[in-house]
Write a protein of this length. Sequence first.
Length: 272
Amino acid sequence: MNKTPVVKLPAAKAATAAVAKPAKAAPGRATAAKSKTGKSAAAPAPTSQSARTSRTKQLILDAAYAAFVAHGFDGANIEAISQAAGVNKTLVYRHFSNKDELFTVVLENAYLKMRAAEKELALDSCQPTDAIVKMIRFTWTYYDTNPDFLSLVATENLCGGRHLGTSARFPAHASQLMQTVEATIGRGMADGSFRKDVNPVQLWVSIAAMCWFYVANRHTLSATFGAEMLTPAHKKERLEHIIDMVLRDLTGEPAPRPAVVQRSRRRRREFA
């Protein structure tokens, strides 16, 4: 009985032959890879070099944002940021020369986000008094809902403002804000809504300060005056108080008052 001779291939050729022809997908079946859990694999990475670069840079910025908010400038470090972004430290330095540059971009983006939201208010289409009220409500709400922004700005003040002071992008956006405030005040003075000697910069600083102080110090205020300081009713009362103070200064007349918010008796403390 004749036997078919067995041809032995070298190991390397055998391995090549084994993988030379991939298995065909079953008709009508999706060919997307799935994990052991049966879920589809993650979306493919960007294919173009520019898309990959943009994606990597954004991953670094997102990780840096979280690190600077949580630990401040001194507490954040590039090693931890690179790990959180899923890239090596060398790649971080390829996009940002040092930690100062990285923080500057994070801070610029945070301000840019707020300025973009302010622009959506379209204050130039409102009556001057309505525009000021709208500006105050926006500022209060933005600070209240974006505590990370307050943390970043507080960190920059601890750094002596050196990052914004050397920023190429920040001055244009600061100018945009002041143009909006000056135009609103100018319209109000022109039509007699506001007194004639309003300083737009002082006005904006006062609005920002009154909104900022309460939000940034809400926990110590609560410890001092009672937990109701953090309730929606008290926050609403505080916002209306700020609006009233600003409009009294601008017009000499009190703002229309909402119904008085009833509060529980405050817990009092005595200080030595």
